[in-house]
Design a protein around this ligand. Structure first.
Ligand SMILES: *Cc1c(COP(=O)(O)O)cnc(C)c1O
Length: 468
């Protein structure tokens, strides 16, 4: 028998490990199947390690003592039993970070979600009449007030809103769209592909940089149902370019009895140019311009939960509500609760800016951010001043989420470098800390952008660095 075979034979069977007092303790705390699987996995790994050894003296380094397996088993169990989807600290300065969950919600929205999640609700029940109600009713009036539209409804997300609207009003018909507006929205999903799923036939007109009203006019046939404008959320064609204003499409639509739809992408309810940002088309501007149907996201610049919002002419929205896909894409009660409270905040724009975190973070001023970064740097120095050097420097943060792509928001960051670690090693350690801290690396420094760091997270970051 080879030395390896001897080692393999000495491996403890699963049942024997489970008899250890330490394992009995684990079984009283965690589900038995989880503990048994962890023991099995650890023994399997040990077997593979033994098989992979090349020299006999490597075998001597492997402990077969059952008690030595306990810490490995216990660590594995903790990993399995802790949530996979969890809170992270966003220190990237990108406010609407799609990979980090886009918008964080206003406290009032969070309370509303908690309330309907833990109780029954009047989701589809008319409390005045005692009869079945519509889930759209909870936000429809608010959306109409805020946008000036005749009717409104909400679905799972904006891609769903586009798919549903086109399915209901343009299936099997031609839809005219500018080549300059064929947007890819990230994760390699392309809006034109979503649109084709509706059964609408896309007629692309113009060129990447220039499309004129004449291009739309010439493409109209008997089969045309709709003129479609898509807001080029995440990119801009600058320089030698031309896009047809929505107003002109509306006139062309009226002349030819065609509907006009606009996919606004992010969708904002207040004019951000009043606060020093570039102008981002607001939903009520599109309503005023005469679009029949407008779709936008709930969790981009709006700052609410993931949702797709459809507003427009009443007869069309009513038809969309009745389409079978409306059931497929329907929004859940928690989203509706969070969205309703977020929308209510917009009734007072000053309040919206103060209380909706997405808007609040985007509009934070440089002096305010500089103070915050200095506070973070001080906390870090107090905790770990010997191992790290930290300075406050000026930098740029981005809105993210495919909104306002050219906007450079001046920010202040705490720039960190470690005595014994490279910047990418430090970034990695922060990312795998608990809670994970997601930061940027530049010029061999880790940049912590305070724009997206919440006040209570400042101490946590300093604490995380102390135990790295
Ligand atoms: C983001 C975006 C979408 C997709 O919205 P989701 O809510 O992410 O599904 C569709 N169209 C445009 C123009 C967008 O910017």
């Amino acid at each position: 028998m080879t030395e390896k075979e001897k080692y393999l034979r000495q491996l403890s069977p699963v049942d024997e490990v489970l008899e250890l007092p330490a394992l009995k303790d684990l079984i009283s705390t965690y589900p038995r199947t989880v503990v048994v699987n962890a023991v099995r996995t650890v023994i399997d790994k040990l077997r593979k390690t033994i098989l992979a050894t090349k020299k006999e003296d490597e075998l001597g380094e492997i402990s077969l003592e059952p008690n030595d397996l306990v810490p490995l088993v216990s660590e594995l169990i903790k990993e399995v039993m802790s949530p996979n989807l969890r809170r992270v600290i966003n220190a990237t300065g990108i406010v609407v970070h799609t990979n980090l969950g886009r918008s964080i919600l206003a406290p009032l929205a969070v309370d509303a979600i908690l309330s309907v999640a833990s109780s029954y609700s009047n989701l589809e029940f008319d409390l005045d009449e005692g009869v079945r109600g519509s889930r759209h009713s909870h936000v429809e009036d608010l959306l109409c007030t805020l946008t000036g539209a005749e009717a409104a409804m909400v679905v799972n997300n904006n891609s769903g809103a586009v798919l549903l609207a086109l399915s209901a009003i343009a299936q099997g018909k031609e839809v005219i769209i500018s080549r300059g507006q064929l947007v890819e929205i990230g994760g390699s999903f392309r809006i034109p592909d979503v649109m084709r799923q509706s059964g609408a036939i896309l007629k692309e007109v113009g060129t990447t940089n220039k499309t004129y009203l004449e291009d739309y006019r010439k493409a109209i046939t008997e089969e045309t149902a709709l003129l479609l404008k898509v807001h080029t959320s995440n990119f801009r064609v600058v320089g030698f370019s031309a896009e047809v204003p929505l107003e002109d499409l509306v006139v062309l639509g009226e002349e030819n009895s065609l509907l006009v739809m606009e996919d606004l992408g992010s969708g904002v309810l207040i004019d951000l140019s009043k606060y020093g940002l570039s102008h981002e088309p607001t939903v009520d501007e599109s309503v005023k311009a005469g679009a029949d149907i407008i779709t936008f996201s709930g969790d981009k610049l709006l700052g609410g939960p993931q949702a797709g919002i459809i507003v427009g002419k009443k007869d069309l929205v009513d038809a969309i509500k009745k389409h079978p896909l409306a059931r497929v894409l329907r929004v859940d009660k928690m989203t509706l609760a969070g969205l309703e409270e977020t929308l209510r905040l917009y009734l007072d724009p000053a309040k919206a800016i103060k209380e909706i975190p997405t808007l609040n973070m985007i509009l934070a001023s440089f002096p305010e951010l500089k103070k915050k970064a200095e506070k973070l740097a001080k906390k870090i120095k107090e905790k770990v001043g010997n191992e790290y050097s930290v300075e406050v420097i000026k930098d740029i943060s981005r809105v993210g989420g495919g909104a306002l792509p050219l906007e450079e928001l001046p920010t202040a960051v705490a720039a960190l470098s470690a005595k014994n670690l490279s910047a990418s090693q430090l970034e990695n350690k922060l990312r795998t800390a608990n809670p994970p801290v997601i930061a940027r690396v530049r010029d061999d420094m880790v940049l912590l952008d305070v724009r997206t760091i919440q006040p209570e997270e400042m101490g946590e970051i300093a604490g995380a660095l102390a135990v790295l």
